[in-house]
Design a protein around this ligand. Structure first.
Ligand SMILES: Nc1ncnc2c1ncn2[C@@H]1O[C@H](COP(=O)(O)OP(=O)(O)O)[C@@H](O)[C@H]1O
Ligand SMILES: [Mg+2]
Length: 338
């Protein structure tokens, strides 16, 4: 779903239009088009079957109406933040490190469908970099960096829009204070995102979350009863499926109890850009590139090499072994060395 143009609009079935732009129904009705009756027709078909005399009497001008309709839809998309969805790239322009030394690069561009990891010691400035991106810094944060979206200075309006943000932030603390079931929680969420077919979407989220978490839960489980792994899985599935934000930032999310590979795959499914700060070697190497932060500045950018990808499989193998041992210990079993 992108910006609607008049030629698009002319030939799209009314049914498709309403699926893509549910809020457009009132506009059609107000202009005499019964959406039920013309479900399988396009706007063009609709105008064609009108009596020319009737059109004249009611001053119906198809071209004018189509233009108005496209304008209305595009304004609504912009209002709902849907136009943010079209993010082709993020560009980081250099600032300075904690000592005030300029960062040594001209620009760093991240394109959609890319995973970039951020590594560096604790306190070095990883979260700060994510914060710069979330805020679309314009030389107005401690680092002096600026962020471009699609190579342009982004509109500041979305900084304040809570409904449809450009950026979805996955962070460590998910405070479930409300006394709700998983289903009710997701329903609230889906409602605030103006999802029409809630039931289907909620079921999908629960299915995907269960696919990520080791232990299964069901729609009636109270959210306060979820384990750490389960709530992280739920949060990831929720973000991947419900959030329309094209940029996903992950800040050192603890990965115990979730399938990291599946989680990233799920997050990347819808043409997103993923940036994650991590100390986990598996996650760090899953990125196509990794940003190395030192003393608050971007020190260098390393492309994941073929050799590293091979090493990644070894680490994953080791990791499985450790997980396995952890599980055994937890279950009160003894470890044996085979
Ligand atoms: N370039 C910078 N200039 C000034 N302060 C910075 C810079 N980068 C980071 N900081 C500050 O340093 C502190 C630690 O950074 P943080 O991003 O939390 O580190 P990390 O996430 O790597 O542990 C924060 O207070 C942050 O605002
Ligand atoms: Mg941090």
């Amino acid at each position: 779903m992108g910006v609607l143009t008049v030629p698009d609009l002319r030939n799209k079935k009314i049914d498709t239009l309403l699926t893509d732009y549910p809020f457009a129904e009132t506009f059609l009705v107000n202009n005499g088009i019964d959406p039920e009756k013309f479900r399988d027709s396009s706007m063009e078909d609709y105008f064609r079957q009108l009596d020319p005399e009737h059109m004249e009497d009611h001053a119906i001008d198809p071209d004018h109406l189509l233009t108005q309709f496209a304008d209305f839809v595009n304004q609504m998309l912009s209002f709902l933040g849907e136009d943010n969805k079209i993010v082709e790239s993020i560009t980081i322009l250099p600032g300075h490190d904690k000592s005030g030394n300029p960062e040594n690069f001209t620009e760093f561009v991240i394109r959609k469908n890319e995973i970039v990891s951020i590594v560096g010691p604790t306190g070095s400035g990883k979260s700060r970099l994510l914060g710069d991106i979330e805020w679309a810094a314009q030389n107005d944060t401690p680092t002096g960096r600026s962020i471009l979206i699609n190579k342009k200075t982004p509109d500041k309006k979305w900084r304040y829009s809570s409904s449809e943000k450009l950026v979805a932030q996955l962070s460590q603390n998910m405070n479930f204070v409300m006394d709700l079931s998983v289903f009710e929680f997701l329903e609230l969420h889906a409602e605030s995102r103006m999802i029409t077919d809630r039931e289907t979407v909620i079921k999908r989220i629960i299915k995907e979350a269960n696919n990520l978490a080791g232990e299964k839960f069901d729609p009636d489980t109270p959210i306060t009863a979820l384990s750490g792994g389960q709530s992280r899985a739920l949060m990831i599935a929720d973000t991947a499926i419900l959030s329309r934000s094209p940029i996903i930032l992950i800040d050192e999310i603890e990965n115990a109890g979730i399938d990291r590979k599946k989680a990233l795959k799920l997050l990347l499914a819808e043409e997103k850009i993923v940036l994650m700060a991590t100390h986990d070697p598996v996650l760090a190497l899953m990125g196509n590139r990794r940003i190395v932060i030192k003393n608050g500045g971007i020190d260098k950018v390393i492309e994941t090499t073929e050799e590293e990808k091979e090493i990644l499989s070894e680490i994953e193998e080791l990791d499985r072994k450790v997980q396995n041992m952890r599980e055994k210990l937890r279950n009160g079993e003894k470890l044996t060395s085979e």
